[in-house]
Design a protein around this ligand. Structure first.
Ligand code: AVI
Length: 331
C-alpha cells in the first residue's frame, strides 16, 4: 500500500478567518469579559506558546492524565479497533498527535488502510504533526483541518465507518451547556456504523485534582497567564501579566476544576480592538478554564441526553482516567 497520496492541507481548510468571523468572535469575547465573573474562553489559551506550555504540562509528574490515558490506550487499542472497525479515523483537537499513533499501530496490525482527518485550532502544531505522521505511516492518508470542534464538525467528512477520537479529557473543558450542544451536534452527524472514543478525567480526591492544576514548577501558572498576552496581541490590549496570579480549585458541587486569574493589585486594562476598558480591584478574578471531571454514570447521563450511549469503558487500575467508546443509541 505504498505511495498513497498525502493530502496535508486542502487550501480551503487552511484559509484565514474571515473578518465577519473575527467581529463575531470579538463580540462574544467582549460579552464574556463583561459578565459579573469575567471569563476568557479557554480556546484563547492555545496560541503557539500556550500549546507548547500545555505540551510541557502533559509531562509533569503531578499531571497524571496524559500518561494514564496513554497507558489505557496501549492496553485497549486492539479491542477498540476490533469493535469500531473504522475506515476513517477523525481526531478532534489533535495537538502533537502522539496518541493517535497507538491507534494507527493497532489499525496497521489489523490490516485495513484508513484515512485520518485531524482537526486542530493550532495550524503550526497540526502541520508538524501531519508531516511526522505521514512520514511514519505512509500507508494512511492524512488530512488536516484547522478549526474548532464546536463549529467545524461539518468539515470532517461523511458519516459511516468513522471513529471520532477526542482525547485528553478536552470534552471536560466545555461548559455543560456547550458539552450538550457539542455532543448533540456530533450525535446528529453519526450513523450506526460510527463510534466516538472519548477520553475523560475521573472524579477523585480533590487534593490530587488541585495539585494537577497547580504544579510547583509553575508551568500551569505560565500557561494560564499567557492567555493575557494572547488577548493583548489579538485585540490590541495592555494586560500587565505581573498584575495577575494563577489560581486553580476544585468545585465539588459541579465536579470541575476552575482556573482563574486573580488581580494582585488594582489595575485597568484597555482592549482597543474591542472598544473595551476594564477595571480590576485587587482580588478580582477572571475565569479562564473549566475542566469537568466525570464518573461513568455522569458521562452516561451526558451522552444519553444527546442520544448516545457508552458501549465500552476502559480505565486504569486506580480509576484516574477513562476512555469511553460511545455509539448512537438504537431506538
Ligand atoms: C486540555 N485539557 C484537557 C487540559 C485539562 O486538564 O483540562 C488543559 C489544562 N489546563 C490546565 N492544565 C491542563
Amino acid at each position: 500500500m505504498d505511495g498513497s497520496p498525502v493530502r496535508k492541507d486542502a487550501p480551503e481548510d487552511l484559509a484565514p478567518r474571515s473578518s465577519t468571523r473575527l467581529i463575531d468572535e470579538g463580540a462574544a469575547l467582549r460579552a464574556s469579559l463583561l459578565q459579573e465573573l469575567p471569563e476568557i474562553p479557554a480556546r484563547y489559551l492555545y496560541d503557539d506558546t500556550g500549546s507548547e506550555l500545555f505540551e510541557r504540562i502533559t509531562g509533569l509528574s503531578v499531571y497524571y492524565q496524559t500518561r494514564t490515558e496513554i497507558s489505557i490506550l496501549e492496553r485497549a487499542a486492539a479491542d477498540i479497533v476490533a469493535h469500531a472497525r473504522p475506515r476513517h479515523l477523525v481526531e478532534l483537537g489533535s495537538g502533537a498527535g502522539r496518541k493517535i499513533r497507538i491507534l494507527l499501530d493497532a489499525l496497521r496490525a489489523d490490516g485495513p488502510s484508513v484515512t485520518c482527518t485531524m482537526l486542530d485550532i493550532n495550524e503550526l502544531f497540526l502541520l508538524q504533526s501531519i508531516d511526522r505522521l505521514s512520514a511514519d505511516y505512509p500507508e494512511f492518508v492524512f488530512r488536516g483541518v484547522v478549526g474548532n470542534f464546536m463549529t467545524d464538525l461539518g468539515r470532517l467528512g461523511p458519516a459511516g465507518g468513522r471513529l471520532v477520537v477526542f482525547f485528553a479529557g478536552t470534552v471536560g473543558n466545555l461548559h455543560p451547556d456547550e458539552r450538550r450542544s457539542f455532543l448533540g451536534d456530533l450525535a446528529q452527524r453519526m450513523d450506526d456504523a460510527d463510534a466516538l472514543l472519548l477520553g475523560v478525567d475521573l472524579v477523585k480526591d480533590p487534593a490530587r485534582l488541585e495539585a494537577a492544576y497547580d504544579d510547583p514548577e509553575g508551568v500551569t501558572a505560565a500557561f494560564n497567564l499567557n492567555v493575557l498576552s494572547v488577548l493583548n496581541r489579538r485585540f490590541a490590549g495592555n494586560f500587565d501579566t505581573s498584575a495577575f496570579r494563577h489560581r486553580a480549585f476544585y468545585d465539588r458541587k459541579n465536579a470541575w476544576i476552575e482556573m482563574r486569574l486573580v488581580a494582585t493589585r488594582k489595575n485597568e486594562v484597555r482592549l482597543d480592538a474591542l472598544g473595551l476598558r476594564l477595571a480590576f480591584d485587587k482580588g478580582a478574578e477572571i475565569r479562564t478554564e473549566l475542566s469537568c471531571k466525570f464518573t461513568r454514570a455522569s458521562l452516561e447521563a451526558s451522552a444519553g441526553e444527546a442520544g448516545l450511549t457508552i458501549d465500552r469503558w476502559y480505565t486504569d487500575p486506580a480509576d484516574l482516567f477513562a476512555l469511553a467508546l460511545v455509539r448512537r443509541r438504537r431506538s
